[in-house]
Design a protein around this ligand. Structure first.
Ligand code: HEC
Ligand code: HEC
Length: 172
């Protein structure tokens, strides 16, 4: 009797496990705690003017460039900068400040963007412990914009989705 019950239970368990297995055939998605990231991906990866290595403009880079994602390098900053025409603007610059820009506060960090309009870095940043005021500008400084309050995250595109992209404005 005992043995029979055990046998039924085991069969049920096996059936359930089979079902779950079928549903979870796909690899865990980025951000899933079960996502296994190759240590070989944990390398430096920074944008520079003129480069064209990046991709996925407008998407949240940190969806994949993080501890539980497949992207090359764990980004501390990732943003796509658009021009006044709404298209990615080549070679933008991102400046981080500790106090509101324009009040004499010095630039703490200046990050050059690539030819595809993306600015990204794996360098340590104070986020989220410390917030930073941000300015984006064109390489020649004639286009510019800034966030009216400091950000605690360098995952800019997480909030700045299509339709609300980080966009440069003409200064004169
Ligand atoms: C959907 C996932 C995903 C998103 C979103 C994503 N990436 Fe990636 N990225 C990858 C993968 C995967 C690789 C390749 C990793 C490897 O080398 O195996 C990669 C590689 C890169 C590389 C290295 C390319 C090279 O060969 O030198 C750069 C630069 C890069 N991504 C920039 C970005 C930027 C900037 C963003 C946001 C605008 C972004 N990525 C968004 C998945 C993503
Ligand atoms: C948590 C969400 C969030 C994150 C992360 C974020 N922003 Fe913002 N940002 C906002 C919101 C909301 C506004 C709009 C404020 C307002 O009402 O004027 C804004 C406004 C801006 C503006 C001005 C928009 C305009 O045209 O008036 C710029 C430029 C900007 N952000 C750049 C950035 C950059 C660069 C980063 C990453 C370093 C970043 N933001 C990260 C939410 C975010």
């Amino acid at each position: 009797m005992r043995a029979a019950v055990f046998a039924v239970a085991t069969t049920l368990l096996a059936a359930t496990a089979g079902c779950l297995g079928d549903e979870e055939d796909a690899a865990p998605a980025p951000g899933d705690p079960a996502f296994v990231r190759s240590p070989a991906l944990d390398v430096d990866n920074r944008s520079a003017h003129g480069q064209m290595r990046s991709h996925n403009a407008g998407q949240n880079c940190m969806h994949c460039h993080q501890a539980r994602g497949p992207g090359l390098g764990r980004f501390t900053v990732g943003v796509t900068v658009l021009g006044p025409d709404g298209k990615p603007h080549a070679n933008p610059v991102l400046e981080l400040y500790g106090a509101p820009p324009g009040t004499g506060a010095p630039v703490l960090v200046s990050l050059p963007g690539d030819a595809l309009g993306n600015i990204f870095s794996t360098d340590p940043q104070p986020f989220p412990d410390q917030a930073r005021f941000v300015v984006v500008r064109s390489q020649d400084g004639t286009l510019r914009n800034q966030m009216p309050f400091p950000t605690e995250s360098g995952a800019c595109n997480q909030c700045h989705r299509p339709g609300f992209g980080v966009t440069l404005k003409r200064m004169m």
